[in-house]
Ligand binder design. Structure first.
Ligand code: NDP
Length: 446
């Protein structure tokens, strides 16, 4: 189909997916970056790449029944979105959270296409999950849910077809239960999930990879602009997997992390979160129901209930919790407090208006699909270790992770630089798009 303008295209997307607001937001961002670029290549237009790239190849929606400890029979909705296999098997995490719905998972799977492309590895885009809340559930209930979820998912995935991983609400424990059930059903020990325990096929450094990779990316952004993380004050949101390891790496590189949060509020520690204090958080959050306010009780610092940490004065902000957790007011507050860099550990944590604010104010802004790609990059490295059956040492994985984050930064510079500013949003979107679009053209209209 031909469109008169970008606005015309986006109007059609708005109308068609009106009940998938996060998906519309993600498409809007990508199309705004790639519209002019894609119209300079007649092949992209002739092959109608833009219309094709926004429609998933396949979506599975299924019933997940499970029995609670009190004997009650519950049911949740499970999903797997296989969005694009242009450059490799579908790859992307599973999210267990009550807010999960089709629009949220479609936005995540869409983002994943470009993120995976940026890593330079052979991974297509996918995402899945369920509206199940692991908080407050016993171990047995979580196992029952994971097994039931896999009772359907197993027929759609495979080490060369679709390789899910973790996301919000899905960590090493859940991956273990799902892997066990897959193996039982298929009688096949294969690298069908990533984020596995290293005892049975997982990669060293996978739990750390998203948070560490984020800080490596920030370091690249800063050194490109002749600055350093050393001595900088950093506000981090969330206190789960990504936040914990981002915090650890910032501490190691000489920065001072002053906040962490969860859905109940944030803690502010002006002295800085030390490695010892972080270890307390890591232990605490092994239980998903534990609240970050316990940090404030333990270390006698401030807990601000029901708020997000963006009102705190900082040089660097790393939103690492969830989508749309940083809005235009937060963005204004951050810039007026002197923040110079924002990099997204979470997927799409900044609203569209917040992103515009950062770009208009020439704040260094690292979008999630570039800045948090370290997790999926190490998942790709886990897949290759599973294929060769040769595990890598932690240091070897770290070297690869650093070099992938450096390459992603260079891609952003290549496609996003103008004379006086690097627009990392355009850089990441165009850089991720080119490889996928060219591969689609090579493979014909399928
Ligand atoms: P976890 O489940 O380990 O932690 C999530 C954290 O975010 C928790 O502190 C949680 O608080 C908080 N949170 C979740 N939902 C909300 C909400 N609606 N409002 C406020 N806080 C919330 O997840 P991860 O650390 O793995 O993931 C965090 C983000 O990073 C997500 O956007 C994810 O998609 C993204 N990401 C993760 C990768 C990975 O490798 N894990 C890879 C790339 C991106 P509470 O406990 O109160 O719910």
């Amino acid at each position: 189909m031909k469109y008169n303008s970008k606005e015309d295209f986006l109007k059609k997307v708005d109308a068609k997916y009106s009940n998938e607001k996060e998906f519309i937001q993600a498409v809007d961002e990508v199309i705004n970056s790639i519209w002019d670029f894609s119209h300079q290549n007649q092949n992209y237009i002739d092959s109608n790449i833009l219309d094709r790239i926004i429609v998933p190849e396949r979506i599975m929606i299924f019933r997940v029944p499970w029995v609670a400890d009190n004997g009650e029979v519950n049911v949740n909705t499970g999903y797997r979105i296989q969005f694009s296999s242009a450059i490799g098997p579908y790859k992307g995490g599973l999210r267990f959270h009550p807010s999960v719905n089709l629009g949220v998972l479609k936005f995540l799977a869409f983002e994943q296409i470009f993120k995976n492309s940026l890593t330079g590895l052979s991974m297509g885009g996918g995402k899945g999950g369920a509206d199940f809340d692991p908080k407050g559930k016993s171990d047995r209930e979580i196992m029952a849910f994971c097994q039931s979820f896999m009772n359907e998912l197993y027929r759609h995935i495979g080490s060369d077809t679709d390789v899910p991983a973790g996301d919000i609400g899905v960590g090493g424990k859940e991956i273990g239960y799902m892997f066990g059930q897959y193996k039982k059903l298929q009688n096949n020990f294969t690298g069908v999930l990533t984020g596995k325990n290293p005892l049975w096929g997982g990669s060293l450094l996978r739990p750390e990879a998203t948070g560490y990779g984020l800080v490596y990316f920030v370091d690249e952004m800063l050194s490109y602009h002749k600055k350093s993380i050393k001595g900088m004050t950093v506000a981090i949101s969330g206190s789960g997997n990504v936040s914990q390891y981002a915090c650890e790496k910032v501490i190691e590189m000489g920065g001072k992390v002053v906040t962490l949060s969860d859905s109940s509020g944030y803690i502010y520690d002006p002295e800085g979160i030390s490695q010892e204090k972080l270890e307390f958080v890591m232990k605490l959050k092994e239980n998903r129901s534990a609240r970050i306010s316990e940090y404030a009780d333990k270390f006698n610092t401030k807990f601000v209930e029901g708020k997000r940490p963006w009102e705190v004065k900082c040089d660097i902000a790393l939103p690492c919790a969830t989508q749309n957790e940083l809005d235009e007011n937060d963005a204004e507050q951050l810039t007026s407090n002197g923040c110079i860099l924002v990099a997204e550990g979470a997927n799409m944590p900044s609203t569209k208006e917040a992103v515009h604010h950062f770009l208009n104010h020439k704040i260094l802004f690292g979008p999630g699909k570039a800045a948090n790609a370290g997790g999926v990059a190490v998942s790709g490295i886990e897949m290759s270790q599973n294929s060769t059956r040769v595990p890598l040492q932690r240091e070897e994985v770290d070297v690869l992770l650093k070099s992938i984050m450096k390459n992603i930064h260079q891609t952003c510079i290549r496609y996003g630089s103008s004379s006086d500013f690097v627009n990392y949003v355009d850089g990441a979107n165009i850089g991720g798009f080119v490889r996928v679009a060219d591969s689609m053209i090579h493979q014909g209209i399928v």
